[in-house]
Design a protein around this ligand. Structure first.
Ligand SMILES: NC(=O)c1ccc[n+]([C@@H]2O[C@H](COP(=O)([O-])OP(=O)(O)OC[C@H]3O[C@@H](n4cnc5c(N)ncnc54)[C@H](O)[C@@H]3O)[C@@H](O)[C@H]2O)c1
Length: 263
């Protein structure tokens, strides 16, 4: 039985790669972002490869838009089994005293309120059916800031706590949540960071590597890791093997040091 996925911020970058890979793996994929033009291009790519896709544009920070996206995708493709909260925004790094409070709020709104609204929209159906996966695309910058804006670090730390809290609340229901860090990826988000240009090629990851990890996490084989912050380099089988006793304690261990741009 094919499953239904919803990917936010799927018009470009990492979200685009995740949506295309999920469709290639047989998921029926709902794609959302603000730009209909970009979504149409992604949908055409998926359909050309024989995939099934539904386009549902909307702003991830507007509750009515999010509810409409959930309704549109569920009606077209069936109830959502996998939500990938990927839409995100990073403001340019600058000294805190120069920050525009409105821009600060846009970062937090996009990276925390967005995933909260989508989770709120899909979770009731997942709980009712006793299964589901929610993957929040996070960042090492939520653990330790290294070059990114303060607002970005605060927002991703908030998202980390959100994942942990909901995972705790729904433990035992068949629904698992994860944070997934894509490492450093060349996308529209990093294009406005000339300071990153000097980094060696080895510091960069491909969007397809994040898509690969999404497939692993969505398989259901690693649900015991619910609430965890996962890096691309993590061996999920090895991590799952370390679980012994109180999962909550394991989850609450500090995430690894971000270093500079660790994957
Ligand atoms: N690129 C990196 O190096 C990197 C590193 C760590 C984490 N991330 C995370 O990966 C995710 C994807 O980022 P990316 O690098 O592909 O960036 P990107 O800017 O290319 O893509 C972000 C997507 O989110 C969408 N989006 C932004 N605000 C939105 C809103 N209010 N409503 C709906 N859609 C909205 C954008 O339109 C775009 O499609 C983000 O959560 C980001 O924080 C990226």
């Amino acid at each position: 039985m094919p499953k239904t996925a919803l990917v936010t911020g799927a018009g470009r970058g990492i979200g685009r790669a995740i949506a295309i890979r999920l469709a290639a793996e047989g998921f029926r994929v709902g794609i959302t972002a603000r730009s209909t033009e970009q979504l149409k291009e992604v949908a055409a790519t998926i359909e050309a490869a024989g995939g099934v896709v539904a386009v549902a544009p909307g702003d991830a920070t507007v509750a009515e838009n999010v509810a409409e996206v959930e309704r549109t995708v569920s009606a077209a493709l069936g109830p959502i089994d996998l939500l990938v909260n990927n839409a995100g925004y990073a403001s340019a790094p600058m000294p805190f005293i120069e920050v525009d409070p409105a821009d600060w709020w846009r970062v937090v709104e996009t990276n925390v309120l967005g995933p909260m609204l989508f989770t709120h929209a899909v979770l009731p159906s997942m709980l009712k059916r006793g299964s589901g996966h929610i993957i929040n695309i996070n960042s090492m910058m939520g653990s330790k800031l290294s070059g990114a804006s303060v607002a970005y670090g605060v927002s991703k730390a908030g998202l980390m706590r959100f994942t942990d809290a909901i995972a705790e609340e729904v433990t035992g229901t068949g629904v698992a949540l994860f944070d997934l860090s894509p490492g450093l990826v060349r996308t529209g988000m990093t294009a406005n960071r000339p300071d990153l240009d000097a980094l060696p090629e080895a510091a960069w990851s491909k969007p397809e590597a994040t898509a690969e990890k999404v497939i692993e996490l969505a398989s259901g084989d690693y649900d015991a890791l619910t609430g965890r912050f996962i890096k691309l380099s993590d061996d999920l089988g090895e991590l799952a093997g370390q679980i012994d006793g109180d999962m909550r304690l394991l989850r609450m261990q500090p995430v690894p040091d971000a270093g500079s741009v660790a994957k």
